[in-house]
Design a protein around this ligand. Structure first.
Ligand SMILES: *Cc1c(COP(=O)(O)O)cnc(C)c1O
Length: 356
């Protein structure tokens, strides 16, 4: 039976990518070596790194003056690292709190200085994106999270500000077009749209670095990683290699513009059914709905277990909502095909017919 993988992360990757990755684990490009056992200083792997960086720049139209890094530590390491590099000694930073991940970023940054939470949607269980806020102009930067993986909300506009802008794009990177020139730092864990867990993508504006007035430990210093081209220490080689394969797949398919079209079609198909079906309702404010992680509930939660077991019967994997929200979450990352969304929609229709 075909499995429709709605896992929130690590998550679905293109079949062709996994096939190529599997082959490279056995014998990389007829070198007789596995990608797992090659030196990161070898010509073969340096080529992988160079190609990965070039693909990020191409797919996201990264302008001059930015550097692309692949580091370890996940997006969670960036909560602290970003503040350490951007929050000046005795400085101040502004954060928008839209849920679990931004709250964690705030917690780490508070270890380093004064943090102003300028807006929060905590009052309504993070089911919307705050819109009325003012970014103070005496802060070193504004930090926000584009897509709220757990609560199913997503910024539809880049916040207007003159201060530096830092963004956690872990769960919607390369799912839609973005104007990189508005940002000073973007970070994303690989395991949602890019590849397997292990690598962290960073896009940083070079002129923003070296201004914090702090002594930064080597492993947490963007400037050092830029100088060493992500090879200060051993990079997560296999994860980066598989990210490269995913980006090649994305390029082949027509790039970010094309995947955005497909992602919007998938989201529209599911949200239309959530709104039409008398048994279900969406949990996020309509105008702020995520195209990556739609969240929804059964109005009668006594039906939850039945719906979940029926979903497993048709090959749907991973739609149980995050433990902090309940209900359901259908994570629809780039590699999920619209046919899989149709299977879920058909199931919802059938479930309504049986239970109404
Ligand atoms: C998954 C996720 C994270 C955590 O990423 P790790 O790589 O596990 O540290 C952070 N932010 C967002 C928005 C996420 O979706």
């Amino acid at each position: 039976m075909k499995i429709h993988n709605y896992s929130a992360g690590p998550c679905i990757l293109p079949q062709s990518v996994m096939q190529k990755a599997a082959e490279a684990v056995i014998n990389y490009n007829n070198t007789g070596l596995s990608i797992l056992e090659m030196s990161h200083r070898s010509k073969e792997f340096v080529d992988v790194m160079d190609r990965s960086v070039a693909l990020v720049k191409e797919l996201l139209s990264v302008p001059e003056g930015y550097e692309v890094l692949f580091l370890q530590g996940g997006a969670s390491s960036q909560f602290y690292m970003s503040a350490l590099n951007f929050l000046h000694k005795n400085g101040k930073a502004a954060y928008i709190n839209t849920g679990t991940w931004s709250a964690k970023a705030i917690k780490e940054a508070k270890l380093l200085g004064e943090i102003e939470e300028i807006a929060s949607s905590k009052d309504k269980k993070f089911n919307y994106i705050p819109k009325d806020y003012v970014v103070p102009n005496d802060v070193n930067y504004l930090h926000y999270t584009t897509n709220n993986t757990i609560f199913g909300t997503q910024f539809k506009h880049v916040p207007e500000t003159d201060v530096r802008l830092i963004c956690d794009m872990s769960s919607d990177i390369m799912s839609q077009e973005v104007d990189i020139s508005k940002y000073d730092l973007i970070y994303a864990g690989a395991q949602k749209n890019l590849g397997p867990a292990g690598a962290t993508l960073i896009i940083v504006k070079c002129d923003a670095l070296g201004k914090s007035g702090r002594t930064i430990p080597s492993i947490l210093d963007y400037q050092l990683h830029v100088a060493k081209e992500s090879m200060y220490n051993t990079p997560p080689c296999f994860s980066i290699f598989t990210c490269m394969l995913t980006m090649e797949w994305l390029k082949e398919l027509g790039g970010v513009k094309e995947i955005e079209k497909r992602n919007k079609a998938k989201a529209s198909l599911l949200y239309t059914e959530i709104d039409r079906n008398s048994l279900f309702e969406g949990t996020a404010a309509v105008e702020d709905r995520s195209i990556m992680n739609p969240t929804f509930v059964l109005k009668n939660d006594a039906l939850n277990a039945d719906f979940l077991s029926k979903s497993i019967e048709v090959g749907i994997n991973g739609i149980k909502g995050h433990r902090s929200v309940g209900g359901f979450r259908a994570s629809m990352y780039n590699a999920l095909e619209i046919e899989s969304v149709q299977v879920l929609v058909d199931l919802m229709k059938e479930f309504e017919r049986v239970n109404e």
